[in-house]
Write a protein that binds this ligand. Structure first.
Ligand SMILES: Cc1ncc(C[n+]2csc(CCOP(=O)(O)OP(=O)(O)O)c2C)c(N)n1
Ligand code: SF4
Length: 246
């Protein structure tokens, strides 16, 4: 029997809601850092949103970027500390809405960082408003009370389709709704860290993640929604792997 111990990199419990995906992602990050012996070299850049808790939880260097600016902050850190394992842990609002230009510029420059984007289809920290890029059509949020209407707010957009067109190293989307997908997501995050370690370029890993609190669903139904609804619009797959293509 294999006993899975809590990674030592996770120093303390923090305040994510029950059933939230942020904590699962953080655990995967910690497991990958320990397995690749990167803990001492790691610098996390978290957004001023629900990702922020990670600063208190992980025993590594870290900084909170202003909302939306995490890719720019991580770029600066990587420039001055090229040997560090620099990763972003941020939401879809940060990465694809207010910070879309920062994400695109980091990709355009092919900055060798690992960007983890938590696609929970909503602005979690501020109480559940629509996220322009990821809220599904028809989904009810604080700012789309009768359901997202494409006539006034457009459609959700698969940002990885855009990102894959930049000359970047790696783009992939994972999910957390069962152990098979959690293990696949871990492989994607590990690949992102390995790319950095091996001096390769920009990696982005988006993760379909539940926000039971703002979805007004229990944790089990939240996972079911991802599997039955969100994944249909946001497919789980590797979009780009430059190493394999070349
Ligand atoms: C410049 C700026 N604009 C807006 C805010 C308010 N704000 C904080 S978090 C957030 C959105 C959070 O959503 P997301 O990035 O998807 O992360 P989540 O909390 O869902 O993980 C917003 C609009 C802010 N802190 N700073
Ligand atoms: S509000 Fe949503 S994203 Fe934020 S900690 Fe709670 S469940 Fe997670």
């Amino acid at each position: 029997m294999k006993v899975l111990k809590k990674p030592e990199m996770i120093e303390r419990q923090v305040g994510w809601c029950g059933g939230c995906g942020h904590g699962i992602i953080q655990r995967l990050v910690a497991e990958c850092c320990e397995e690749l012996d990167l803990v001492e070299k790691t610098v996390q850049v978290v957004d001023i949103a629900c990702a922020y808790w990670s600063i208190d939880a992980l025993n590594c260097d870290g900084i909170a970027g202003p909302h939306g600016r995490c890719a720019a902050v991580a770029t600066g850190i990587k420039n001055v500390r090229p040997g560090a394992n620099v990763y972003v842990h941020a939401g879809d609002g940060c990465s694809y809405v207010i910070g879309l230009s920062e994400t695109c510029f980091a990709a355009m420059r092919d900055v060798p960082i690992t960007m983890i984007v938590v696609n929970n289809g909503i602005f979690g920290m501020t109480g559940g408003q629509m996220c322009l890029a990821t809220t599904l059509t028809g989904d009810k949020t604080k700012s789309t009370k009768t359901g997202r209407d494409e006539r006034s707010t457009g459609k959700p957009s698969d940002m990885l389709k855009i990102m894959q067109n930049f000359d970047i190293e790696y783009a992939a989307r994972g999910a957390l709704y069962d152990s098979k997908h959690i293990i696949e997501t871990k492989k994607m995050i590990k690949k992102g860290f390995e790319n950095q370690r091996d001096g390769k370029g920009f990696s982005i890993i988006e993760v379909l993640s539940p926000c039971p609190t703002n979805w007004n669903l229990n944790p089990v139904d939240s996972m079911k929604k991802i599997k039955e609804e969100n994944e249909k619009i946001f497919p789980v797959k590797v979009y780009k792997d430059r190493g394999v293509e070349e």
